[in-house]
Design a protein around this ligand. Sequence first.
Ligand code: ZN
Length: 102
Amino acid sequence: MFSLVHGKPMVLGSSHDVFRRCGKKNCKCAEGKLHGPFSALSVNKNGRRKIVMIKKSDTPLILKEAKRYRYFQNTMSQVRRINKEIDLLLTEVKTRTLRDYP
Ligand SMILES: [Zn+2]
């Protein structure tokens, strides 16, 4: 179990492996054996998806921070769903037990 309120940095996006062609005609990638994997982040901002390449030296740190962000987002979604259920249940309890006086 991880804590959500840890104060550690998180980076927006989900990690992906990217394979590429270098463009040289005689390279193995020209026949389909692409270079990679390279690490990249897929970032959705303002409804647009963007792929951001991660520098090799930054990769371990950024992947860790992206994982932290994904965990945070998933947990927050679960908390919101549970809060909705609690709200519905309490509203039902109120509806069943509340009476007018006199
Ligand atoms: Zn190549």
